[in-house]
Design a binder for this molecule. Sequence first.
Ligand code: DAV
Length: 366
Amino acid sequence: MAKIVNSWNDFDPLKHVIVGRADNSVIPNEEPATSEKVPVDSEMRGMWGPRPLETVEKANAQLDNLAKVLEDHGVKVDRPTPLQWNQPVITPDFRTDSMMTCMPPRDVLLTIGSEIIAAPMSFRCRYWEYLAYWPLLSKYFDEDPEFLWSQAPRPRLTDKSYKHNYYDEKVSLEERLERTANKDFVTTEEEIMFDAADVLRLGKDLFVQHGLTTNRKAMEWMKRKYPDLRVHAVNFPGDPYPIHIDATFVPLRPGLIINNPHRRLPEEQRKIFEANDWEIVDAAMPAHETPPPLCYSSVWLSMNCLVLDHKNVIVEASEHNQLEQMDKLGMNPIPVPFRDAYAFGGALHCATADVYREGGCEDYFP
Ligand code: DAV
């Protein structure tokens, strides 16, 4: 029996990772939480159904290539088992007509030390997504006597979990930014809800983005679950669609973090980093003016990189500004083409979930 699961941050040497799959992916029909995430001018608005097979094949080719690059760098790679995502989700509390995908594992699985928690996500269409990872987690459980296989309290996702009429096409960008600044999101505090990708892990400290997919109650739950860790709420008032912290605030190595210059990290939240001699650098501008077709995410997937260790980092191959910046920051960027996978839920960090990184629970902010 060996230790299989261990990860306390996003930069210590990566040895074992899960890479998502695009098979059977569906654009889900509208529901309270997803409508808010699709920008008004997106060509995706009102569209739903299985994603075109050709796009699935292209995404899978890039996901397979990412897996190969990782293996070439000595990282063990596991893959989830996709479900038939075009089935409805039916619970005693709601029904929605389809599921989504098992490409971005980062949203679902939160690894903290020797524990992997399946997140209580706010999208009804993602209610069963964790099942795609259950075969892997079951295997880790059999092989690693210290692996803690967990699930956060499952939300019911009744209408009480969402603000009614929050989404409205007529809401201007200014109004959206005001809502972010006022921490007024589509999700309510009725029950615990979070996406794992809203949690930035830095050893003893968890920085959790309060936004469209994660609420305050989730942070309260994390505080009680991890009495030895410190949980910080973060909020970026420059982001009209705040969902997931990994295209906003991305650590590269101890003491160095890149920050999305448009989303404006508040002074108050900089203090803890500056007081501990961390350098916060504005991320390079994205190389593209628009995201690829049928994509939920913004062009800032440019900074959604996968750090292999304190020196090596995988960056999307066409993101020349970001590649160049990595080099200037003393990192060794490894370019990997990945834009064909963006539409399925994100870039290189999103598309993966940590199983094992060397290192332990450090205190970076003593
Ligand atoms: O900038 O649209 C994308 C993060 C996806 N996990 C953004 C956030």
